[in-house]
Design a protein around this ligand. Structure first.
Ligand SMILES: [Zn+2]
Length: 70
C-alpha cells in the first residue's frame, strides 16, 4: 500500500530578474511583456537592462529566479 500523492503541476515557470527596479508578477500580464522562450518557460524583461550587460559578458551582480505559476 502506498500513500496517495497529490501532484500539482505548475502552469508555467517564470524566469524573473531579482532586485529589479520594478516588481514583477509571475503572470503573462506582467508590465514587462514577458516572452515564452521555451514551452511553459516565460522569461521576463529586466527594467535595469541587465540582459545587455550579460550578453556582453559584463558582471551585473544581480540574479534571476524561477517562480512557478499555478
Ligand atoms: Zn515581468
Amino acid at each position: 500500500m502506498s500513500n496517495p500523492v497529490i501532484e500539482t503541476k505548475p502552469k508555467r515557470i517564470h524566469i524573473i530578474p531579482l532586485e529589479d527596479e520594478a516588481m514583477h508578477s509571475a503572470q503573462m500580464k506582467c508590465w514587462c511583456h514577458p516572452v515564452e522562450t521555451a514551452f511553459g518557460l516565460i522569461t521576463h524583461n529586466a527594467k535595469d537592462c541587465r540582459e545587455a550587460k550579460e550578453r556582453a559578458g559584463l558582471a551585473t551582480y544581480k540574479g534571476w529566479v524561477h517562480i512557478a505559476e499555478f
